[in-house]
Design a protein around this ligand. Structure first.
Ligand code: PGA
Length: 248
C-alpha cells in the first residue's frame, strides 16, 4: 500500500504561505516516496491547486457541509471544494468535533457528501486521554469509525486517520505497541464494514508526528501514512518526514 502523507495546516496560512507549497514542489522531485496531500485553509485552495498543477501533490480541504448548496451562511460544500481544485477533504477532525459540536452522524453525512462530489474523505477518529486511561480507547475508536461511516461511503474514496486527541499538538504520542494495536482494531472494523475492500483503506496515524519520531511511527506495522499538523507548516519539516521513507 502506498504511504500517504497529509499536511493539515488548520487555521494557518495566508497567500504568502503558498511559498511553502512552491518550495515543496521544487524539492520532492517527480516521484516522491509517498502520496502527498496538503490541506490549507479554504481561502488558499484555488491558488494552491493551481500551484501544484504539474506536481505530484494533491490539495485537500479541512471540512465541508453535508449539502451541495443552500441557505447555510458561511459554509462551503464539497462540490465547491472540488470546483476550487481540492481532491480530498479532512472530516471529523477532533477540533471540529470539539469546537463545532460535530457528531458521528454529521460526520457520516459529510463523508457521503464528499463522495458525491468526488472527493476522497480523510476521516479522523481518536480517543480522549480520559478514555485511554479508562481502558476504553479501542472500543471508543471502533464505535466512532462505525458511526461515522454509517451513511453511503465508498471504501475506495476513504482514508482513516487515527488521531488520539491527547496527542494532537502536545508533543506526546502513544507507545508504538498502542499504535499497532489500534491500527489493527481499525483494520478489523474496516473489513467488517466494507468486506475485502476494507483491507485497502489507508490508515494514517496523526498527533505530534515530527521529523524526529516519523521514521519509527511510519515503520510500524499497519501504519499507512501520517496526518501531520504543526510539522506540515514548514516545508523543511515536512520534507524531513518524507525523507524518512525508503525511496522507491
Ligand atoms: P499535530 O496535529 O501534528 O500538530 O499534533 C495533527 C492533527 O491535528 O491533524
Amino acid at each position: 500500500m502506498r504511504v500517504l502523507l497529509a499536511g493539515n495546516w488548520k487555521m494557518n496560512g495566508v497567500r504568502a504561505s503558498l511559498a511553502e507549497i512552491r518550495a515543496l514542489k521544487r524539492s520532492i522531485g517527480a516521484k516522491p516516496a509517498a502520496d502527498i496531500v496538503i490541506c490549507p485553509p479554504a481561502t488558499l485552495l484555488a491558488e494552491a491547486a493551481r500551484t501544484v498543477e504539474d506536481a505530484p501533490i494533491g490539495i485537500g480541504a479541512q471540512d465541508c457541509h453535508w449539502e451541495a448548496s443552500g441557505a447555510y451562511t458561511g459554509d462551503i460544500s464539497a462540490e465547491m471544494l472540488r470546483d476550487a481544485g481540492a481532491m480530498s477533504v479532512i472530516l471529523g477532525h477532533s477540533e471540529r468535533r470539539q469546537y463545532h459540536g460535530e457528531s458521528d452522524r454529521i460526520v457520516a453525512a459529510k463523508i457521503a457528501a464528499a463522495g458525491r462530489a468526488g472527493l476522497m474523505a480523510i476521516l479522523c477518529i481518536g480517543e480522549s486521554e480520559e478514555q485511554r486511561d479508562g481502558g476504553q480507547a479501542i472500543p471508543v475508536v471502533k464505535n466512532q469509525l462505525k458511526a461515522s461511516t454509517e451513511a453511503e461511503v465508498s471504501a475506495a474514496e476513504l482514508v482513516v486517520a487515527y488521531e488520539p486527541v491527547w496527542a494532537i499538538g502536545t508533543g506526546r504520542t502513544p507507545k508504538a505497541q498502542e499504535i499497532v494495536e489500534m491500527h489493527d482494531a481499525i483494520r478489523a472494523e474496516l473489513k467488517q464494514r466494507f468486506g475485502s475492500e476494507g483491507g485497502q483503506v489507508r490508515i494514517l496515524y496523526g498527533g505530534s508526528v515530527k521529523p524526529d519520531n516519523a521514521a519509527e511511527i511510519l515503520s510500524l506495522q499497519g501504519v499507512n501514512g501520517a496526518l501531520i499538523g504543526g510539522a506540515s507548516l514548514r516545508t523543511a519539516d515536512f520534507l524531513s518526514i518524507l525523507h524518512t521513507l525508503p525511496s522507491r
